[in-house]
Design a binder for this molecule. Structure first.
Ligand SMILES: [Zn+2]
Length: 549
């Protein structure tokens, strides 16, 4: 399967290279619009009609904004996408509606009933209209993907070269000289187009983990890319890597301060993402992967053992200090993440629940249900809804293999399903599922809202997205775990699934082979420039692994 993929993309690369060579030899593109889109746009708009003309922007442009447009974000990204080559003069225009913009003087288009935004490019300029501030932000992200840098003097020389005989040495040397001197003289071509666009899912989230080895700039890249691909939420899970006042042992000495980590929150919010704070409030209490056996608290202070079940993996729920500590951590993280509607309490894979001498005496299912409801009630007082992973509420024997269902005869937590607060949103995760996802209907029929959660395989992302729409889920939360380097180049795929009607964008030429990977890299180069540094470029810190496996 992989081999075939590689050979396909290698063929595509050769084909593309041949076309490129043709383009430079003949002086005009060798491919038609049907082979390759005039512009790749991720996620591709739901309704788009290319026009025939091209608008050219160079040196200066005027941007008129309605009252609710996000002027700082727009200026910042304009600078990043035009490399400072086209100065933007920003004005506010009272004749525009609050969520409209007009670049170079165009009139904002009429929105159609389905649209969250409409965007038009014609001879008079570029303009957009949105239903709200988020929608007009999305119009801006789409517009930036229409910009193609070019060099007018090179274009003029190419035309001149075509007018002389094709093998004339003077024309070629004239062209070379022009390229050398006009390196900084950029203009931008924007094809005429009319776009009407809207998302198919309301909630479009990305779950990110910060491990000890995670470079902050990689998280920044993932956040910027997710926002640019029109995601709505980012969940930040710190694996012992954020300093907390509630208990110093909850983080390693090398953990980030809130000031350091706050930069990521500011970046996310500046691009329109809501940050969902997260803290594992039942299982995964080690804040470290089970694979290597660390425990952020007990490896620093073993005397805190009574907060946990004997193996340390799960919080001890009959110790009143546990609930008190968790509430304080939740409050602290809420303040850290800024305004928002949600808090993720984790609560997956709590295999050693109620195994201490005291917890064993209790009704273990009720102990679990009470704990979840206590946390949800506390969060509700803070104006937030709890999100939790769904595996404890699903019975292992009831669902096919591949489904994450951890209720068992030995630990029948699935019996708590009818006892947990209906304010809780179930994050239904299944990473080995590539077909139907009946668990979403199972939760919905019992009055619980759901969000479908895939990982980084495209078949898994596609299946859960399809199921989320079919089962009226609130949306999708893509998880990344310790596979961030694979997840960043898969983000375009998730974006297509959560945005595109009937996943139509997945069938486009821009989604084939390695093309979206290259497009992702090109976008990241603008969103978060590497400034010439090898380990800040792309989405991995090395080019080859140190061990061949
Ligand atoms: Zn206990």
């Amino acid at each position: 399967m992989n081999t075939q993929h590689i050979s396909t993309s290698r063929r595509d690369f050769l084909k593309t290279s041949a076309s490129m060579a043709g383009m430079f030899l003949l002086g005009f593109p060798a491919w038609g619009a049907q082979d390759y889109p005039r512009r790749t746009i991720h996620p591709y708009p739901n309704k788009l009609a290319w026009g025939d003309g091209t608008l050219r922007l160079s040196k200066r442009a005027t941007l008129a904004l309605g009252r609710d447009c996000d002027v700082e974000m727009m200026k910042d990204l304009w600078q990043r996408f035009t490399f400072g080559a086209v100065k933007l003069d920003v004005t506010s225009d009272p004749s525009l509606k609050p969520v409209e913009f007009s670049l170079a003087g165009a009139r904002p288009p009429q929105r159609e009933p389905n649209d969250t935004y409409a965007l038009t490019v014609n001879a008079s300029g570029i303009a957009a209209s949105g239903v709200d501030a988020a929608a007009v932000r999305h119009a801006w992200f789409t517009m930036l993907q229409l910009l193609q840098p070019g060099d007018d003097s090179v274009a003029a020389s190419l035309l001149a070269a075509r007018r002389t005989t094709s093998d004339s040495p003077p024309a070629a040397s004239r062209l070379a000289a022009t390229v050398a001197v006009s390196n900084h003289d950029l203009s931008f071509a924007v094809p005429h187009v009319e776009i009407h666009d809207w998302p198919v899912m309301k909630f479009r989230g990305l779950h990110l983990c910060i491990f000890r080895e995670t470079p902050p700039h990689m998280i920044e890249r993932a956040i910027r890319l997710a926002a640019f691909f029109k995601f709505t939420h980012v969940v930040l899970e710190f694996w012992g890597m954020l300093k907390l006042e509630a208990l110093k042992e909850l983080s390693w000495p090398e953990a980030w301060t809130k000031a350091e980590a706050g930069k990521l929150v500011r970046i996310a919010r500046s691009m329109g993402l809501e940050v969902i704070p997260m803290f594992n409030s039942w299982g995964h209490a080690t804040a470290c992967r089970i694979a290597y056996g660390r425990h952020v608290v007990l490896d620093q202070n073993p005397r805190l053992a009574p907060l946990f079940e004997p193996d340390g993996w799960t919080w001890c729920l009959t110790n009143p200090r546990t609930l008190d500590l968790l509430r304080r951590v939740h409050d602290e993280l809420i303040e850290f993440a800024g305004p928002g509607q949600y808090f993720h309490i984790g609560c997956d894979e709590a295999y050693s629940h109620a195994t201490c001498d005291r917890c064993r005496q209790t009704d273990r299912v009720q102990l679990f249900a009470d704990h979840i409801n206590n946390l949800a009630a506390h969060l509700e007082k803070r104006g937030r809804r709890a999100m939790m992973w769904g595996d404890a509420l699903l019975e292992r024997a009831k669902w096919p293999s591949g489904f994450a269902a951890n209720g068992s005869p030995a630990l029948p937590t699935h019996l708590a399903l009818d006892r947990v607060s209906r304010k809780i949103i179930i994050n239904d995760w299944h990473y080995d599922v590539k077909g139907e996802v009946p668990t979403l209907a199972h939760f919905r029929e019992r009055g619980l809202e759901t969000i479908a959660c895939p990982w980084n395989s495209t078949a898994n992302i596609r299946a859960l997205s399809k199921a989320a729409v079919a089962n009226k889920s609130d949306g999708l939360l893509m998880t990344t775990w310790h596979h961030l380097v694979q997840s960043i180049p898969a983000l375009h795929y998730t974006a297509a699934c959560v945005w595109s009607k009937d996943q139509a964008a997945l069938g486009l030429r821009q989604a084939e082979g390695a093309l979206p990977r290259a497009a992702t890299a090109s976008i990241l180069r603008k969103l978060a420039p590497a400034d010439g540094k090898f380990d800040r470029a792309g989405w991995n810190t090395f080019e080859l692994p140190s061990v061949i496996d």
